[in-house]
Design a protein. Structure first.
Length: 233
């Protein structure tokens, strides 16, 4: 049985990235996020959007548990105290005010890239209404000229896991299970390739920094040597 996720998973992940040496995989699994979301936080592509939340202060983790994870990259962090769940039985999915203007972009992306997903599923996934979806779909939306299809995961309107689940469910209902499986496999390969590319870029940058430091040191030594020779003359 899977354990609950932190009350504020993105804010908790941001804090863990900044304050621990846990791997991206450990943080992603504990917070219920996709590894690329954590990677983006570490690369300063998304962390600025979140104020870090200390899971130790909330009791969800403790120092001993974090130390176990840092000592063993394969260790799976365990929730120390599950957050108090808050359920809503009615009403659409809540979206922060700052992100509501991004909903039409997310709708346009889903309509274009996943036509098998129903309007009801889109509405539940990103917390919007059928009227808004219909307006984006038939291009009668009042702001249609400024709407640009964007991945709702990138916009922060839903998680990658939620999107994958909806896509899989819609594909199964539409009888596209085989194609969906192939797409998922291809997507997984693309994500792994992206992670490897990012790691390679980091290693190259680190190597370049070391070489630059060595070159600067050699140059400083040469200048000092020349100065000594000049003084000796």
């Amino acid at each position: 049985m899977s354990q609950p996720t932190p009350l504020m998973p993105h804010a908790t992940a941001s804090w863990l990235v900044d304050n621990t040496a846990l791997t991206f995989e450990q943080i992603a699994e504990f917070c219920g996020l996709h590894i690329l979301e954590v990677q983006a936080m570490a690369d300063d592509l998304a962390s600025s959007k979140y104020t870090g939340r200390d899971p130790i202060h909330s009791g969800e983790l403790n120092h001993a548990e974090i130390e176990k994870g840092q000592a063993d990259p394969e260790y799976r962090l365990r929730m120390q105290r599950a957050p108090v769940s808050v359920s809503r039985t009615k009403g659409p999915r809540y979206t922060p005010v700052s992100k509501r203007q991004d909903k039409p972009d997310g709708i346009a992306w889903l309509v274009r890239n996943h036509p098998e997903i129903s309007d009801a599923q889109i509405g539940k996934l990103i917390g919007t209404t059928r009227n808004t979806i219909a307006a984006v779909r038939d291009r009668s939306h009042w702001n249609i000229q400024n709407i640009q299809p964007k991945d709702p995961v990138t916009l922060g309107l839903c998680s990658q896991r939620e999107l994958d689940a909806v896509v899989a469910k819609a594909a199964k209902k539409a009888g596209l299970e085989g194609g969906a499986a192939q797409d998922a496999a291809a997507l997984g390969g693309d994500k792994q390739a992206l992670i490897e590319e990012l790691q390679a870029e980091r290693e190259a940058a680190a190597k370049a920094a070391v070489e630059a430091a060595q070159e600067a040191e050699a140059h400083a030594w040469l200048e000092a040597r020349r100065a000594q020779e000049a003084n000796g003359d």
